[in-house]
Design a protein around this ligand. Sequence first.
Ligand code: ADP
Ligand code: MG
Length: 680
Amino acid sequence: MEQQDSVSVLKGIGPKKKAALEKLGIRTIEDLICFFPRDYQDRRRIQSIGDLTEERPALVRGRVTAVKDDPHRRGGKQILRVLISDGSGKLEIIFFNARYLAKMFRPGVLYDFFGKPAFSFGKLQMIHPDYAPSEKGLEQGILPVYPLTAGISQKELRGWQKTALQELSKIREYLPEDIIKRNRLCGMEYAVRNIHFPEEKAALQAGKFRLIFDELLALQTGLLAARYMASEGKQGLAFQKNAAEEHYIKTLGYELTKAQRRVVGEIKADLESGKVMNRLVQGDVGSGKTAVAEIALYKAVKNGFQGVMMAPTEILAKQHFSGLSKSFEVHNITIGLLTGSMTAKEKRETLEKLACGKIQILVGTHAIIQPDVVFQNLGLVITDEQHRFGVKQRSALSQKGENPHILVMTATPIPRTLAVILYGDLDISVIDQLPPGRQKIVTRAIEENQRSLCYDFVEKELKKGRQAYIVAPLIDESEVLDVKSAEELYRELAERFSGYTAALLHGAMKQQEKDTVMERFYKNEIQVLVSTVVIEVGINVPNATIMVIENAERFGLAQLHQLRGRVGRGNHQSYCVLISKANSEVAKKRAQIMVDSQDGFYIAEEDLKLRGPGEIFGTRQHGVPELSIADLARHMHILNDVKKEAGRIMIEDPLLESEKYAELRQRVSKLFSDDFSLRL
Ligand code: ADP
Ligand code: MG
């Protein structure tokens, strides 16, 4: 058997199993042995029933004392109870809808069971454990638990892994020796064998470390290579080295903050360098990213180029359009708007003006990416709220010019350590300061039984002429259920605030319907907006002063911070009320962080400590591939070593073209396969 053989060389894998395995990304033997367990079962020793605890699955051996086969269904299920005892205690084994097993368990005979114990009404139970007569015995040792898909059982997958590892006489090493030595890694052979069927914990640890290192190395070298391809060596537009932008800054009507100044300086240096700019500007909600973008756009236009700014939603695009139109009017610079909802005629006119250069700055939604959108000479591409766009869209937009400069703006505060990875192909600037005089949003965390007090308070604000956002409970991943609960809440609130207009906004609505609702809220035709979490990022309704968030305990802190940022945008004092159910320590701590701080970066750091990064940021949205074994939050310490190594490789062979890195290169391409514009 060879690593590159198809899995169908294994016994028991026909076309059906093959197709199912393919869903797990497994086609070859190599894919199979690189498909790692998500957990392990410790079946090394038999435990006494008397010592069992609820947390940990356990292997027990006991004599059957009784078999109770209840012929009646209860709650739609037939229940078979097998009582066992080992002298130290009694255990009840439960099987649902499995009466056929009744005959198998004979009283007086010894059986082995492996499962998770649970107490029910004081009785110790195991539901649907693995079992075998003790004379045959259950497989012992540390057993892998794999993620599964329909049509494949744990047992099958274990069996195939075992066979493959037995049949392969040697598992190839692919990392150059110097990398292995420097980082004191175990060999590939040892790592792979022990990640599946570890002989002992220490071997598993060593193997895991090696494989996590590998995955992070592929990730990091991939991102660095992408960045290299995007900028290094590529001739960029060199804007004139002068202080033209100061002229624009004078017309802003306020002083830039120190942080804005610093970031403008970084952008200016990029634009004048002759290399392509690839820069991310991270700044909290309200930190003044738009002004920074405008300054860059101004510089582009003054150098004879066009600029484009892409926003994730129609309403945000319109807001930017009207803002930019105002700002650039005194400079005689023409702004255009392009969105999906424009009529064919409007679009045609815009496209004509764009192609001949009459429109100098185009603002729009992703409609801008369409092939019929042609610029005369595009020099600067800006995307706002970048986390809503994939890497692909960003690069599609930059194809519309000849190596235009790229500026990406995001309000999602990401801890710097993580940002370096998530945006590995971008340089990062941070606006870590708010303009002076910003009000604090008064934040309160309350429990459900105080809800009516909260509504009284909302009503007070409505009476003053203000508006409110109310975010409906989050049920789970299912948008359908969320919508249902939002509808319920909406009906309740429409009644509670009957003197005002309430409206509902949810993700299942058509974009146009959503825009209409937002537009009406913006115009104060709607005072109470009940919404699932779809409230558009960056939307600006200064008259809205209250944000009530139901089920606050279910949101990530970063997300709560984003939501809170919808208020406090005008002159009126604003409020955020977090309603939570859970009164666990962690839930309380999280709520307290929100009450205490308005600093998105601080909140993100704290959030990262409490939860994993995947959960918070949905790393996939950032164009970072799904990792199978590494975890960016937990494995930060490994990442530091990996970064050093990746840096070395970049100096030696940035595109991994040499024989030495041929296999690393293959791994990188595989990791980034589908959704990344990385063609290595
Ligand atoms: P965001 O970073 O969330 O996109 P904006 O660019 O929309 O923030 O800015 C929020 C508000 O702050 C705008 O009304 C803008 O005019 C104002 N602003 C930006 N920079 C400053 C500053 N340096 N001083 C005072 N106000 C500012
Ligand atoms: Mg903004």
